[in-house]
Every structure is written in structure tokens, then in C-alpha cells.
Design a protein around this ligand. Structure first.
Ligand code: SAJ
Length: 431
């Protein structure tokens, strides 16, 4: 059946869906119809432009020119697709519970167009059970049966934004079906354009695999952030300790402390598992503790700003602070869940006058206020009471930042190499 698949539908043309679409055309000889509710995204792709950092305009324009990629908001055209992947957001609600409304909306659109022989795959990170408990009933409502009339699988996305080494094509792809026949069909399909397909026995196993991957990161980042808090109390340089531990050639994996946990994956996905386990009366202690420590880090960073202002007999109130980097991690333009949001709010709550510079984020809407990235002039650095490095973008000129800043707090250990003698402590580089 997988060889008969000629037209591939991708719902959600974001950092997962657009690269998946491009790879399916390039490697799988497929024609792709991309579906998105955002007319601007659809128009941009149909005009041969990419709104995603990892895909160039030329790649989109080339596929458009060959007539192998088109985008639409018309969900009825899902009937034209032999295979459909759902790559929509799975955020947390305001009450920090899973919000699977986008998955449900996409499932309902697929159900309305479902026909025998189609393959449907959910890629959005979600709690174990979503595919079988939420998607399957929605898709079977019209009388077709999963594993018999159509196939239904879960296959987690593993896109690492900005990672040029590991791409959609060469990152191993895990997949599990509602039935074995579903898994067979899904694996055979992805094998047409993804180098390595890893088959697991069920949709639940695939869903939990992804949550394990991201929980592993959240918990280890939480652990290393706690080591940073401990080192600060002990007067030990946490960066020195981590570098030394990382010399161990086995049994250790390096994670680094920072201003907190950002992105729309790592701070979010483990809470999908916590929520699911609460429904089974189980408390996911590691996830909850890691979250407690990670969400403490912005406050710790602001404490360092207060500390260095105090050393200079200045109050936070009325001080001028420059944040360098507001994206959630280096070399990306995404500010979702960025710890910079929390640092800004805490400093402004104390009356500080805060501006930012981030070449990846020309403007930044925060709390209804639109902030503009300031040009990184000598005057900006020299005029600040405190400069705070929040995101260690590769192309920052750290030597200049150290030279021109009177007082510098570095939350990423990015500028330390410019001060061989070391700073005041692991965080206050100049003060
Ligand atoms: N962070 C630290 N210390 C670390 C590593 C990361 O503070 O040692 C912070 C980062 O600054 C960032 C957050 O954690 O704010 C998350 O960073 P991340 O490196 O986990 O990257 P994400 O969220 O962009 O994407 C991750 C993917 N990244 C890596 O594996 C390196 C991957 O786990 C998933 O494919 C992706 O989440 C996803 O979509 O689930």
C-alpha cells in the first residue's frame, strides 16, 4: 500500500510540518498538499517563500515550480491525500493542562474526508493514549475501522530547530500503530523518505518514547540548575565543575545551567505525562521537581542583577538594564516560553528600565507591549547599569561586550573566555 501513496497531506506547516513536507517531496517522490489554518502561512508558501528558519525560500520556490507542493486552508482536500500527517501544536492551557484542541480539530477535519486506504499519522508530542483514546474514536465515527479500512499511527517529531547536522531526513523516526497492520503501513511509508525508521509495538509506546526523550532533558537540566544553585552557595564555579565532570569519557552527559527552560517542547511536554499520570493517581515526582527548579532560575538570575547593583550602591528601581538575547536558546528566533520573558517581568516589576538586543528577534511582544531590539552600539553597552547575557548567540562579539560593559551578568558562560582571570562568580562576569 505504501508504494501506492502518491499524495501526502501535512496538517500544520510549522517547524515540523514544512521540513517534513519538503523531505517527502525530495526523498519520497510524493506530491504534498500542506494544510494550515493560517492564511498568511498558506499564501507565503504558495508564493514560494519559507517562514521557517530551517527551510529556505529557494527550496519552497523550487517545489512550487515543479508543482509538487501546494498549501491550502481547504481541509476538504484531505480527501485527495493517500497519507496524512498531523503536525499541530500541543501547548499547555492557562491552567498548565494539556491542550489537545488542535489535535482534535485536525482529527475532525481528517474524519470528514476519511476514505478507505488512507494512512493517518499523529506527530504532535502528546500524552500516551491520545492516538487511541482521542483520535481513533473521532476517525471511526463515520463507520470506517482503524487497522482494517484505514491505518492510524503515532510517530513523534524530533526536529531540533537550528540543528544542521540532524535533519528530518537523517534523524531516526520512531513509529507505532493502533494495530500491527497500521504500524506496518506507517513504517513502510516513512521508509520512502526517512533514512532510519524505528518500529515500536504500539502508538502508546511511540507516544511515551517521545515524552521520555524530552523529560530526560528537562530533568537533567533541572538537576544541573540545582548544582548551579548549590555551587553558588558553596562559592564554587559551576562551569569549572561541569567541564571537569565532562572529561569523564563514560557515564556522564553534559548539561549546562542557564536562566531557565525555554521553548515550546521541553518545558511543556513532561507536563503532558504528569497530567496523564494524575488521572491514574500517580505523582510524577522527577518531572514536578525539575519544573520547580527550572522555573526558579529566572528569579535566581534577577537576584544576581540585584546583587551586582547593590555592590555598586544602585537600586533596581530606575536602573538601566540591557538584555542580550531573548530567544529561548542560541541561534534561533523563537521566544516561546523563553526565560527572558520572566527576567524582563521581574526586573520591570522592581522598576528597572529594560531594553534588549537580539539579532534573531527584531521585535518582541511581551505582555501586550511591543519591544524593539536595540542596535548593539558602544553607547548602549557603556550606558547600562547592568548588561545581562540571556542567550548565547554564536555571532555575538563577546570580547566587545566584555570590554564595553561596565557591569556584566552572563547566564550562559558565553563571555568567560574573554576574562581569563574569571569573573566575580559563575554569573557576575564584571561587577
Ligand atoms: N537548556 C539548558 N541547558 C541545557 C540544554 C538546554 O538550559 O543543557 C535550555 C535551552 O536553553 C532551552 C531549553 O533548555 O531554553 C530547551 O532546549 P533544547 O536544547 O532541549 O532544545 P529545543 O527545545 O529546541 O528542542 C528539543 C530538541 N533538542 C535537542 O534534543 C537538543 C529535541 O529534544 C526535540 O526534538 C525538541 O525539543 C522537540 O521538538 O521535542
Amino acid at each position: 500500500m505504501s508504494q501506492k501513496i502518491a499524495t501526502f497531506g501535512v496538517i500544520g506547516l510549522g517547524y515540523v510540518g514544512l521540513p517534513l513536507s519538503v523531505e517527502a517531496v525530495r526523498g519520497g517522490g510524493l506530491k504534498v498538499i500542506g494544510f494550515d489554518v493560517n492564511q498568511g502561512v498558506v499564501d507565503s508558501i504558495n508564493a514560494g517563500r519559507s517562514h521557517i528558519q530551517d527551510i529556505t525560500d529557494a527550496e519552497v520556490a523550487g517545489l512550487r515550480h515543479q508543482g509538487l507542493l501546494e498549501a491550502t486552508t481547504d481541509m476538504s482536500r484531505l480527501a485527495e491525500c493517500d497519507a496524512i500527517s498531523i503536525c499541530v501544536p500541543t501547548p499547555l492551557s492557562k491552567t498548565r493542562d494539556p491542550d489537545v484542541s488542535y489535535v482534535i480539530a485536525a482529527s475532525e477535519a481528517v474524519a470528514a474526508a476519511l476514505r478507505p486506504g488512507q494512512l493517518v499519522v499523529l506527530e504532535s508530542t502528546t500524552y500516551p493514549g491520545t492516538t487511541r483514546e482521542v483520535m481513533q474514536p473521532t476517525l471511526e465515527a463515520g463507520g470506517l475501522v482503524a487497522g482494517k479500512d484505514f491505518h492510524l499511527c503515532f510517530s513523534p517529531e524530533r526536529v531540533d530547530p537550528g540543528n544542521e547536522t540532524w535533519t528530518t531526513k537523517n534523524t531516526p523516526k520512531v513509529i507505532g500503530g493502533i494495530t500491527q497492520a497500521c504500524g506496518d503501513a506507517g513504517a513502510a511509508f516513512y521508509e520512502r523518505f526517512i533514512d532510519t525508521v524505528v518500529r515500536v509495538s504500539s502508538a502508546e509506546a511511540a507516544e511515551l518514547t517521545k515524552i521520555l526523550e524530552n523529560t530526560f532533558r528537562a530533568v537533567n537540566i533541572g538537576m544541573v540548575n540545582e548544582v548551579a544553585l548549590i555551587s553558588d552557595l558553596l562559592g564554587v564555579d559551576v562551569w569549572e565543575v561541569i567541564e571537569a565532570a565532562a572529561t569523564k569519557p563514560f557515564g556522564f552527559m553534559k548539561f549546562t545551567p542557564g536562566p531557565g527552560l525555554g521553548g515550546h517542547c521541553i518545558p511543556v511536554d513532561p507536563h503532558y505525562l504528569s497530567w496523564k499520570m494524575r488521572t491514574l493517581n500517580y505523582k510524577t515526582r522527577f518531572i514536578d521537581l525539575a519544573s520547580e527548579i527550572n522555573t526558579e532560575m529566572p528569579n535566581f538570575v534577577v537576584g544576581k542583577v540585584r546583587e551586582v547593583l547593590n555592590r555598586n550602591r544602585l537600586s533596581v528601581n530606575g536602573s538601566s538594564i540591557v538584555l542580550l538575547g531573548v530567544a529561548y536558546k542560541k541561534d534561533v528566533n523563537d521566544v516561546r516560553e523563553s526565560p527572558a520573558l520572566d527576567v524582563l517581568k521581574l526586573l520591570e516589576a522592581d522598576g528597572a528600565e529594560v531594553v534588549y538586543h537580539d539579532p534573531y528577534v527584531p521585535q518582541w511582544k511581551n505582555g501586550g507591549v511591543m519591544h524593539q531590539s536595540q542596535a548593539l552600539t558602544d553607547e548602549l553597552l557603556e550606558g547600562a547599569d547592568v548588561v545581562v547575557i540571556l542567550t548565547d548567540h554564536t555571532d555575538f562579539d563577546y570580547a566587545r561586550i566584555v570590554a564595553k560593559s561596565k557591569v556584566l551578568v552572563d547566564t550562559r558562560h558565553a563571555a568567560a573566555k574573554e576574562l581569563p582571570g574569571g569573573g566575580v562568580d559563575s554569573w557576575i562576569v564584571k561587577g
